[in-house]
Design a protein around this ligand. Structure first.
Ligand code: GLA
Length: 382
């Protein structure tokens, strides 16, 4: 955890409210494999990371609540009588959403003051939004003894995203951010919310993330559009979700959907298989197989599910051509953000230079490179 970040959030709170707050850390996440499978009741393999949101929260005697984002240099005053979504992209919708969803569960949240900041690059696909939702839901639950389980809290966070942010996301991000474990990935069956923790021993390799530093404007509407395509197929087949759909089922409706919709359905079926394969490969320490699956996954995301972009394709191609990289793919919702790469440790510096130069030359833009440490999920900071 970033001590400086914790100190600055605590100080921010104390300067404003002169009392000691309760402090929560909620991490972002990576995803090794299993993209867009979560809202199809499929499998994913994410892990929480050491970057996230620090949120300080305390009770307030006034008739409203104030929430301060240090990073945005912005403050909101929240009146619980008026929990309406704000138009357009606004961090305040995450706050409004979480509080409104807690109220919908019949619990009363008294007024509070809160200050937060983070070290997850926004728009990088590392789920700063789930980290923010979870930190607030967890903080309110602790401060006011609301009695929610961690599992209930992640559904509150997810509903906030559905109903107040407007993204029909699955449960992966909130789950990984809440339940992450040190040095482990979480194999999650999104149909039953059943997990298996998978130790990640990378031996001579390491995971590095390369941020394309682009976030295409279409990302959210395209995300919802993919959700709609999957729903269309499921409805035609009269099945609860794509999890219950076989390759034969999908073929049986091929003439009722477009070729592009067919490919999207097929991608989900194949990606679910890759997640299971990847979990086994990790358990068997077969990193070359893990890498192969990552490259295949990217191919599907780019050519079938159509959620990549030229920047992400370029980064994965550079990785593919490098002898130091055994696997890479775009990560998260798509249309920008990061790629995840499995790279030989003692050659990673060389690869980082190579990829940065190539990116600059080809796309006239800087990429950012991060190492990640797999870490514990949402927790109180003592
Ligand atoms: C976003 C969503 C997740 C998941 C990924 C894609 O991060 O929030 O629920 O669907 O995209 O795998």
């Amino acid at each position: 955890m970033d001590k400086k970040l914790i100190t600055s959030v605590k100080k921010g709170y104390k300067d404003l409210y002169k009392t000691d707050p309760l402090c929560v850390f909620s991490p972002g996440r990576i995803n090794i494999i299993g993209e867009h499978t979560d809202y199809n009741n499929g499998y994913v393999l994410p892990a929480a990371i050491d970057k996230g949101i620090v949120l300080a929260i305390g009770k307030s005697d006034s008739n409203h609540s104030t929430i301060t984002s240090i990073d945005m240099n912005d403050q909101m005053v929240l009146n619980f009588e008026e929990l309406e979504r704000i138009d357009a992209n606004n961090w305040k919708n995450y706050i409004i959403g979480v509080i409104a969803e807690i109220f919908k569960k019949g619990k009363v949240v008294p007024n509070f003051n809160c200050v937060f900041a983070g070290n997850i690059p926004v728009g990088s696909g590392l789920s700063s939004s789930a980290a923010l939702e979870n930190s607030l839901a967890f903080g309110c639950n602790e401060l006011f003894n609301l009695g929610f389980s961690k599992k209930e809290l992640i559904y509150i966070s997810q509903s906030a995203e559905h109903n107040y942010v407007g993204v029909n996301c699955g449960i992966m991000d909130q789950f990984a951010s809440m339940f992450g474990e040190k040095d482990k990935a979480l194999f999650l069956d999104c149909k039953y919310i059943k997990t298996e923790t998978i130790p990640v021993n990378l031996n001579d390799y390491e995971i590095i993330l390369i941020n394309s530093n682009v976030k295409h404007a279409l990302a959210e509407s395209e995300y919802n559009n993919r959700y709609a395509v999957c729903q269309k197929i499921v409805n035609l087949l009269n099945k609860p979700s794509l999890r219950e759909v076989s390759y034969e089922d999908l073929s049986s409706v091929r003439d009722k959907i477009t070729e592009s919709e067919y490919k999207k359905g097929l991608y989900i079926l194949q990606e679910n298989e890759r997640v299971i394969d990847c979990k086994e490969a990790l358990k068997n320490n077969d990193l070359l197989r893990v890498g192969e699956l990552l490259f295949q996954s990217h191919e599907g995301q780019s050519k079938m599910y159509d959620i990549s972009c030229k920047e992400l394709d370029f980064l994965v191609n550079v990785a593919k051509q490098s002898d130091s990289v055994i696997g890479a793919r775009m990560m998260g919702g798509g249309f920008g953000g990061c790629t995840i790469n499995v790279v030989l440790k003692n050659e990673s510096e060389h690869f980082k230079n190579e990829v940065s130069e190539a990116y600059k030359l080809e796309l006239d833009n800087e990429c950012s490179i991060y190492s990640v440490v797999l870490s514990e999920g949402t927790q109180l900071i003592k």
